[in-house]
Design a binder for this molecule. Structure first.
Ligand code: FEO
Ligand code: CA
Ligand code: CA
Length: 633
């Protein structure tokens, strides 16, 4: 990795740089196997002509359809490297809300440039926007939106190296992360937050949560403060999002491990041993520098060893009821959740596709036992069901492996869910190149997942010791460009346990490489990118792809410019660049206004002084419209 300003790192990159997973044994054996597998697949994939790769791939429609005209109603833009947002000719973008903006009048004057006071920090738009979803209620437009992590040095300018010096410092950081629910409206000056709306709400690291599902109440979930194991505080490291058919928001806890640490030592400088199961999730004695554990005993694992078991879940929030208690659904498993792509089968079963974003971890699916009918009851639908992990075969088929006590040999369903990663290993799920967002095509029975990159592919095992040889959906050793895999369930039924798969795109740089690292044949010098991450389908069945990658514009990444958003046609495989973000940013989070004439896009951890041109860079949500007010999705 290049020498990057640490304030401009994504949470994923921070974890990798500061807490690289330990080297594992059998290194030589793993590499040897990877090379032999690469030989099997490499030639076919080099120019995108392999049976399992994108345009013309197994899942594509007829070649005649591939000849039809582009469905993109814009002229694709070039890569950019400056400190601006660029959109196509005929479109305009506007900053709607930024980190530190007051959601309530009581927080007027909150000034992030001074590090902001503790008072009011739970009433402003939080830092580092990520997944978001739109809801319409009583004629109002609400957006629920994640605040993934926070920049310690900026928010605690008086603290040395941004390390909290007291409990108030910790509390301020805790307030600036989590989730916001905001009411927005469009007026003469464009889109704005409706300040003091009764629906405006901040949910943060101390908001009371209810725990439901098979793991609720298990001994591994009980703490001193909550002997029932059913009521926790806060939601941590909220990354991607999801939306249920019944109109609630799903926020996904990703790098929760970084908030925990230990104060116990068996001897001076020698930390006490950690609980079984921590290592697989990256939970250590020091955390990521938030130092919560020194000021807030809840995060000190030597005092509360089960508290980390109460994070890493998917949380359901009702944005229409500001008094509602968010619910942690243990049925959906505990891992580093990226997002939650929800769909219904024809007979009403709820399917949730979920990625676990870590090198060599798995792709998951939950299928409810019960069914949903419009307006009907929803209790248990996200808890009572079966969790599966995906196994991809190199022949373009795959299967969903049920995670149960019987299949894993684990003692109970609660333990299967709390240690879902270990359960996935036990059944032999396929190690993946960091599954980020999953999206379900509304126009076809298929789903897509961004596999953002994986420098360890073919190099070393995952944190559980599972080998990570080059394999079908992860076909490149030391994969620093990423790819998007898609699958079509058999019988056109998302509850099916078997599927066919192919790669929609392999990102790469055809200007630098004339092999697999040049990308698939729908990647060109004009649309190339790296590290696909955020992803969503619009109502037309086009797939919007957001990136969180290397924006150095040098060497392997020359010509790819800043992080960006592209749009893909699932039928033809065509991909076009629609937007580029300011230097340093990650583009993440997308949703649309009720009339679909505005697209909301998140700009996380921008560099320079975007968007104001002076002062601190501020993570923001932008609104993109056509100049003729036409539809944008
Ligand atoms: Fe928060 Fe894996 O992205
Ligand atoms: Ca992401
Ligand atoms: Ca990422």
């Amino acid at each position: 990795m290049k020498d990057i300003d640490p304030t401009m790192l994504s949470a994923d990159d921070w974890d990798e740089q500061n807490f690289p997973r330990p080297e594992e044994n059998e290194f030589d054996q793993v590499v040897e196997r990877a090379i032999s597998r690469r030989g099997f697949l490499g030639g076919a994939l080099a120019f995108g002509s392999g049976a399992a790769v994108m345009t013309g791939g197994l899942l594509s429609s007829t070649s005649a359809q591939a000849q039809t005209a582009s469905r993109f109603p814009f002229k694709p833009i070039a890569a950019h490297t400056d400190a601006m947002v660029h959109v196509p000719e005929g479109f305009t973008s506007q900053v709607m809300v930024s980190w530190g903006d007051p959601l309530m009048s009581a927080a007027d004057g909150y000034d992030i440039t001074e590090g902001g006071p503790l008072e009011g920090s739970d009433m402003v738009f939080g830092e580092n926007t990520d997944g978001m979803e739109t809801f319409v209620f009583q004629g109002r437009q609400l957006i629920a939106i994640n605040h993934e992590y926070t920049n310690r040095k900026t928010n605690l300018p008086a603290a040395q190296e941004g390390t909290p010096a007291n409990a108030d410092d910790v509390r301020k950081l805790q307030n600036l992360q989590g989730v916001a629910v905001i009411e927005v409206s469009e007026g003469e000056n464009g889109w704005q937050v409706v300040k003091d709306s009764p629906f405006n709400r901040r949910i943060h690291h101390n908001t009371p949560m209810q725990i439901t599902g098979p793991a609720a109440g298990h001994d591994l979930m009980k703490t001193q403060a909550d002997p029932t194991g059913t009521q926790s505080l806060g939601t941590l490291n909220n990354c991607g999002s999801g939306k249920t058919p019944w109109g609630t928001y799903l926020t996904c806890e990703e790098n929760f491990n970084g908030y925990f640490g230990s104060t116990a030592e068996v001897a001076e400088g020698d930390p006490a041993p950690l609980a079984p199961g921590y290592a697989r999730y990256g939970i250590g004695t020091d955390g990521w520098g938030y130092d919560y554990h020194k000021w807030d005993a809840r995060f000190d694992v030597s005092q509360n060893p089960n508290e980390p078991h109460r994070a890493g879940w998917i949380v359901e929030i009702d944005p229409t009821d500001p008094t509602s208690t968010p619910v942690k659904h243990t049925g959906l498993g505990r891992f580093k959740h990226e997002n939650a792509a929800v769909t219904l089968s024809a007979d009403g079963h709820v399917i949730v596709y979920m990625g676990d974003d870590e090198r060599g971890e798995f792709l998951y699916k939950f299928v409810s036992n019960g069914t949903y009918a419009t307006g009907g009851p929803t209790d248990g639908l996200l808890d009572d069901g079966t969790l599966y992990a995906a196994k991809f075969n190199d022949d373009g088929t795959g299967e969903w492996l049920a995670l149960t006590p019987e299949t894993t040999g684990m003692a109970s369903l609660a333990e299967v869910l709390i240690f879902a990663r270990q359960a996935g290993s036990a059944v032999g799920a396929t190690t993946m190149d960091r599954p980020e967002w999953v999206a379900v095509n509304p126009k076809a029975i298929e789903a897509y997942c961004c596999l953002t990159n994986n420098k360890n592919r073919g190099v070393k095992p995952n944190a559980g010791g599972d080998e990570t040889p080059v394999n079908g959906p992860n076909p490149r050793e030391t994969n620093h460009y990423g790819q998007i895999v898609r699958w079509r369930p058999h019988d056109d039924d998302h509850t099916a346990t078997t599927f066919d798969w192919d790669l929609y795109v392999m990102a790469g740089n055809p200007e630098v490489y004339n092999n697999v690292y040049g990308g698939s044949d729908n990647v060109t010098a004009g649309n190339m990118f790296n590290s696909p991450d955020g992803m969503a389908f619009d109502s037309n069945g086009l797939v919007w792809i957001q990136t969180d990658g290397d924006d150095s514009n040098e060497e392997d990444f020359a010509g790819q410019g800043n992080n960006q958003m592209l749009v893909g046609d699932p039928v033809t495989g065509e991909i076009a660049r629609f937007m580029t973000g300011p230097k340093g940013c990650e583009v993440t989070g997308i949703c649309w206004s009720a009339d679909r004439r505005t697209m909301f896009v998140g700009i996380q951890h921008p560099g320079g002084s975007w968007p104001t041109g002076s002062g601190l860079p501020r993570s923001s949500v932008i609104a993109i419209k056509r100049d003729d007010n036409g539809l944008v999705g």
